[in-house]
Design a protein around this ligand. Structure first.
Ligand code: GDP
Length: 443
């Protein structure tokens, strides 16, 4: 699903490689790549234009998050916009105050409407809701039989009056039957045509008027891209739909329909079909879909965690301390704990592209070093933490800390030496960039 789109979007992040922050000029190439990716995914042009404008606005105004690079930050911004375009959150099925809830299924022939009717009935049955399916497609002779066969397979009853009856009558009687049977939900399958025609719309409108559905769901085929979005707009304008079921997403590598339906029709995608089997139906979650499209779940988690944990004011205070060499063991401990809050050392490293090849042994070693350092700092008095020179001068203080933290004096000595050296380097660099802090875990 969406492989082609994910691959093309990757080129967009690459455009920001080596940059230290997102600026109005360096973002242009990346935006151009996103635009290309969306257009070749068959996303509606107006949707693409709005999308790019929103991403640009969000990216240029974004605060720099420490711990993530501009490419990663950009991925998160694109992700947020993808979620927004698809409607933010899942829109569940409507439920009637008094049973039965009525669901009307609409759509062109071959989109998977009859299959979706059965899939939905099975989905509801699994939620302990009883269903009656109603077969009103009298034009395609096999349609009624198809629904009966599916009904047997999923053990859901089907109401039908053969292919000579009037579809509006079948729907009305089907609804009455569902009431009589005390069913929780009735799902009405309707006739599809190869293309929209007047007759089809009129009949659908009549059925809708007769049964007054809680949900009118348009079944659209994801493989038809933008066309699926346009179809949902037409159906909404002419009939009034409350949502769409996007089928055959398992075969769609482009993603255009998933991204356009909401924006073009104003109605949400409620379910997706992901296979021919009756079980292959899932509620539509914009967040999950956006993660699938980007194929970058780990980077997203990393950025979200960094955003949650890092207080910008705190970071600025820390930076000024570093520059004036007032950085002490307390600050160091705080930095280490911040990292720990974000998850284990190993899981954070593994989220960073390229770092996932680190062996578990390397990670374990890093984590052990961090724990040791934390234990030693915890055994220092407040005075010692603020003034590491006290420790450099006094072997008895180092011995006390070693004993308190379960280490040997030379280890405490090494920590103090490394820390002092690092602080000296910071001082020298003043306002410059920091190279790697060799020897100090957590920096
Ligand atoms: P209708 O004419 O709209 O009622 O369409 P059908 O329900 O008869 O489905 C048409 C074809 O699409 C059938 O071969 C289905 O098995 C297939 N189909 C339906 N939904 C899906 C889906 O989500 N994924 C895939 N791969 N095939 C589907």
């Amino acid at each position: 699903m969406f492989d082609a789109l994910a691959e093309r979007l990757e080129d967009a992040w690459k455009k920001l490689r080596g940059q230290d922050k997102i600026t109005p000029s360096n973002i242009q190439d990346a935006l151009q790549e996103v635009r290309r990716a969306l257009l070749s995914a068959d996303v509606n042009l107006q949707v693409v234009k709005n999308f790019i404008a929103d991403v640009e606005k969000a990216a240029v105004g974004a605060e720099v998050i420490s711990g993530v690079n501009p490419g990663q930050q950009f991925i998160k911004i694109v992700y947020d916009e993808l979620v927004k375009v698809m409607g933010e959150s899942n829109v569940p099925l409507a439920q009637a105050k008094t049973v039965p809830t009525v669901i009307l299924m609409a759509g062109l022939q071959g989109t998977g409407k009859t299959t979706a009717t059965a899939k939905l009935a099975l989905y509801l049955r699994k939620e302990n809701r009883s269903c009656l399916m109603v077969a009103t497609d009298v034009y395609r002779p096999a349609a009624i039989d198809q629904l009966i066969t599916l009904g047997k397979q999923i053990e859901v009853p089907v109401f039908e009056l053969g292919s000579q009856a009037n579809p509006v009558d079948i729907a009305t009687q089907g609804l009455a039957k569902a009431k009589e049977m005390g069913m929780d939900t009735v799902i009405i399958d309707t006739a599809g045509r190869l293309q929209i025609d007047e007759e089809m719309m009129v009949e659908l409108a009549r059925i809708k008027k007769a049964v007054n559905p809680n949900d009118t769901l348009l079944v659209v085929d994801a493989m038809t891209g933008q066309e699926a979005a346009n179809l949902s707009r037409t159906f909404h304008e002419q009939i009034g739909i409350t949502g769409a079921i996007l089928t055959k997403l398992d075969g769609d590598t482009r993603g255009g329909a998933a991204l356009s339906v909401r924006q073009i029709s104003g109605q949400p995608i409620k379910f997706i079909g992901v296979g021919e089997k009756v079980e292959a139906l899932q509620p539509f979650y914009p967040e999950r879909m956006a993660s699938r499209i980007l194929n970058m779940g780990d980077v997203l988690t990393l950025v979200e965690k960094a955003q949650e944990e890092i207080d910008i004011a705190d970071v600025e205070k820390m930076q000024s301390k570093i520059m004036t060499a007032q950085f002490d063991f307390n600050d160091f401990l705080k930095q280490m704990r911040l990292m720990k809050n974000m998850g284990s050392f190993g899981s954070i490293l593994k989220m960073i592209p390229g770092m996932n090849k680190l062996s578990n042994l390397d990670i374990e070693k890093g984590e052990t070093e961090l724990k040791k350092t934390e234990a030693m700092i915890s055994s220092m008095t407040l005075e010692e933490r603020q003034n590491p020179d006290l420790l450099a001068k006094s072997p008895s203080r180092r011995r006390r800390i070693a004993k308190g933290s379960g280490h040997v004096e030379t280890e405490v000595g090494k920590l103090v030496t490394n820390f002092t050296r690092m602080r000296g380097m910071m001082q020298q660099m003043g306002q410059g960039n920091m190279p790697g802090m060799g020897g100090m875990p957590g920096m």
